[in-house]
Design a binder for this molecule. Structure first.
Ligand code: SF4
Length: 418
């Protein structure tokens, strides 16, 4: 029987790695200080990498290292020394896109599993065969594939591990094959430094009338012609799992711990429900993924080439219905108080939800708040301050406190689909 599908989550830093593991990921992917396509995420030094990989292994999970930049000459000599240290941390594999880096790794660490990044835009079974014959263990398929194409590749290449993206931001181009950011901001998307100009607002200018901006508008908000909605394949997990893929990947190493935990937990529960024959009531999981920032959802290329419905023409801001307000760090048994690290301002009297790593969330009203010295407070004045909550039962460490966004505000655009 085929192994259960892997749920693979982003780990932008150590905290996010631990949250992903606790909330149900089977594996995480992370970047070191070199070669990973994410300059905006914190990324891991080797000591942290070792701690993160050990944490994953202690919980029976895997950790893969991304090395998927488009490499230039100056990068070549850095590969082996970087890799030697990375291997010492116990990583379970590396994700690469550059054939030169692939070759160097095969020569230097022949036993290290290599995954071929989505940056290679692998979109047919012969390309999968090409990488598989060269010794790649897994191929991350291009995001621009339909279910039918994924099925066909899986049938024709049963021995190759296939990985597909199931959730997160999308590029307007084939992933990574975009020079907008280089051209407009001098920042290289293929080196992990995308400025996201695909989300910017555009006007029309006639060349002899500089400074006269003609609006191109869907409505008064403007027009965001390149602004893709976020991918969400949660309702289609059964078809995807039955297609024979090995791993389901969530995008977003620069997203928050709150985002990672919430999305991972929703997919974990949905995948488990599928294997237990109770994949119904998809809305319960969709409701959860809607509670973290998103640009509303699309199925991308899953059912064929997407039309205008896959884009958000009204705004490039996120929809954000809930705020991450705190993280449970312990419980004071003697005083009967839940210990929380504040992440966003909250005060007594507010209705909040507490989401533990396992089980459903609890809604409750905050009663008495105390600081670490035992003084009663109405709210915590400093970010990251420890706050003790009276009258609330114990919850596991790293349970999330969230609150419906008061103003219904939206976040600023910040992330890409690389
Ligand atoms: S997010 Fe993707 S499509 Fe948008 S500018 Fe960056 S690389 Fe290009």
């Amino acid at each position: 029987m085929k192994k259960r599908v892997e749920l693979l989550a982003p780990a932008g830093n150590l905290e996010k790695l631990k949250m992903a593991v606790q909330y149900g990921a089977d594996a995480v992917y992370l970047a070191g200080k070199l070669f990973g396509l994410r300059t905006a995420s914190d990324n891991f030094g080797f000591d942290e990498m070792k701690e993160g990989v050990s944490y994953a292994h202690e919980h029976g999970k895997k950790a893969y290292l991304t090395m998927n930049i488009i490499a230039h000459n100056q990068n070549v000599s850095q590969v082996v020394p970087f890799l030697e240290e990375a291997v010492q941390t116990g990583i379970d594999g590396v994700i690469v896109s550059d054939p030169g880096i692939f070759q160097i790794i095969r020569e230097a660490q022949p036993d290290l599993p290599i995954h071929i990044s989505t940056q290679t835009s692998t979109a047919n079974y012969r390309t999968v065969e090409f990488w598989h014959r060269l010794g790649a263990k897994r191929i991350v398929l291009a995001r621009e594939l339909s279910l039918e194409e994924i099925r066909e590749i899986s049938e024709k290449m049963p021995d190759a591990e296939l990985e597909v993206f199931i959730h997160g931001a999308m590029c307007i181009s084939y992933s990574g094959r975009c020079l907008l950011s280089n051209y407009m901001a001098g920042r290289d998307a293929n080196q992990g430094d995308c400025a996201h100009p695909c989300r910017w607002r555009y006007h029309l200018v006639e060349e002899k009338r500089p400074g006269q901006y003609y609006p191109i508008e869907e409505d008064s908000s403007g027009t965001f012609v390149f602004n893709s909605k976020d991918l969400c394949l949660l309702p289609h997990l059964p078809e995807l799992i039955q297609s024979g893929v090995t791993s389901l990947k969530i995008e977003g190493r620069v997203k928050s711990s709150f985002y990672v935990a919430t999305v991972v937990k929703a997919y974990r529960e949905a995948i488990d429900a599928f294997y237990e024959g109770r994949f119904q009531d998809v809305e319960q999981w969709m409701e959860e993924v809607r509670k973290v920032s998103n640009r509303s959802f699309t199925t991308g290329f899953f059912f064929g080439k997407p039309g205008p419905e896959a884009h958000n023409y009204n705004t490039s801001s996120y929809i954000r219905n809930y705020d991450f307000i705190g993280l449970v760090t312990g419980y004071d048994e003697e005083a009967g108080r839940l210990i929380v690290e504040q992440r966003n301002h909250f005060r007594s009297g507010e209705t909040i939800e507490i989401l533990p790593p396992e089980g459903s969330f609890t809604q409750l009203t905050l009663k008495e708040l105390y600081d670490e010295e035992g003084n009663r407070i109405e709210s915590a004045p400093h970010p990251q301050m420890k706050v003790l909550l009276a009258g609330i039962p114990p919850f596991p460490v790293n349970s999330i406190l969230r609150r419906r966004t008061i103003t219904g505000n939206t976040g600023k655009t910040a992330e890409s689909g690389l």
